[in-house]
Design a protein around this ligand. Structure first.
Ligand SMILES: C[S@@+](CC[C@H](N)C(=O)[O-])C[C@H]1O[C@@H](n2cnc3c(N)ncnc32)[C@H](O)[C@@H]1O
Length: 351
């Protein structure tokens, strides 16, 4: 059995060319062969403006930022056309210094992309690199972040908020459940100037909140005790403030495990691949696919390089299409994908 048959490959295959393939060629031509609205998500890192030479081929070495942005927009417009109305497009683009000043190329592109195509830019996710290239400029700081623009075509985009960075939530909640949650609050109740009746009421309310956490009804809570914790600024008098004054305590229930921030922290692949000069981390792709796709969806990368997007998509049980202009990189990508096995994530079944 073909490794992706269980995902319904046959039903896709009849209408979509290049399904589960890495194809050598210029994406500006290849994209035109894809039908409208067939792709669930585009994830890509185009060649950055004048940063690298990918074998003297393809985009990135235009003579001005404007020319580069025009070429990139041609690709972007095709990607938007191929993406379903429920789909997302992620573009990771780095900037460039010229005469000691940043050109802001990624932002000029994002601005023009939204203006021309009508897509919405819902987040600029910051990729934070804990291991940037060790340079000592003395007159400026070392860049250690890159933007990933998240565009959508409509307000009903597919989105799995709870799956983004879900492994962190799981670790946090395990720690919280095991660390004697509420013990410290019990001590504070005893130390407070609440009346004996108020202390008893506070202990019962605390016990109830602990049980709600244990039953998974709430993710967490905070308790405020009069004379110990500060009052909240602002807010209306009848709310928590009056609870704190009259009952002597208040409990704030939290329903989400964690605030999901627009940040992905993960190292750059420090050991340069002999096969490609600019490989992006698999973890980045994995988190973006968790956030915006389901198993069986189709992921497109028009600048696939060494194949990272397709490798992660296949591993996570998604279909993929990759385009790459350089025949050598294309071969590397095809080999990497062929060596990848489908390994659906356990997280998708539990969160
Ligand atoms: C930044 S790299 C992508 C790296 C990739 N994310 C990875 O992890 O390996 C950009 C790639 O786009 C390719 N490229 C440049 N112009 C292209 C074009 N017009 N069509 C298809 N690929 C192109 C380059 O050869 C290069 O491999």
């Amino acid at each position: 059995m073909h490794s992706t048959e269980w995902l319904g490959r046959e039903s896709y295959q009849a209408t979509i060319p290049f399904l589960d393939e890495i194809v050598q060629g210029d994406c500006r031509h290849l994209l035109r062969q894809l039908p409208d609205e067939c792709v669930d998500v585009v994830i890509t890192s185009p060649p950055y403006y004048r940063q690298r030479d990918y074998g003297g081929m393809g985009m990135g070495n235009e003579s001005s930022p404007q020319e580069y942005i025009e070429n990139l927009l041609e690709v972007f417009e095709q990607c938007v056309r191929c993406t379903k109305s429920t789909g997302s497009l992620f573009f990771n683009i780095g900037d460039k210094y010229e005469n000691g000043s940043l050109l802001l190329v990624p932002y000029l592109f994002a601005n023009e992309a939204t203006r021309r195509t009508g897509v919405k830019l819902i987040n600029v996710i910051t990729w934070v690199k804990p291991n940037p290239e060790p340079r000592q400029y003395r007159r400026r700081l070392v860049s250690s972040t890159e933007p990933i623009f998240h565009f959508v075509k409509s307000d009903h985009y597919q989105y799995h908020y709870e799956r983004f960075m879900a492994h962190r939530d799981m670790m946090r909640s395990r720690v919280r459940a095991g660390n004697g949650i509420g013990k410290r609050y019990l001590e504070l109740i005893e130390q407070s100037d609440l009346t004996p009746e108020q202390k008893q009421e506070a202990r019962l309310a605390l016990q109830q909140a602990i049980e709600e956490v244990q039953r998974g009804e709430i993710a967490s809570f905070r308790m405020k005790i009069r004379g110990i914790h500060s009052e909240a600024y602002g807010g209306y008098e009848g709310g928590r403030k009056s609870h704190l004054r009259n009952r002597g305590f208040t409990i704030i229930r939290m329903y989400d495990r964690a605030i999901k921030r627009d940040v992905i922290e993960c190292p750059v692949i420090a050991v340069k691949s002999p096969n490609h000069p600019a490989v992006y981390p698999e973890f980045l792709v994995q988190e973006l696919l968790h956030l915006t796709t389901e198993p069986g969806n189709l992921v497109l990368d028009p600048f696939i390089g060494s194949g990272t997007t397709a490798v992660v998509a296949k591993r996570m049980g998604r279909h993929y299409i990759g385009f790459e202009i350089n025949p050598q990189y294309c071969e590397v990508a095809q080999k990497r994908v062929a060596e990848t096995a489908v390994q659906p994530s356990l997280l998708e079944f539990f969160v």
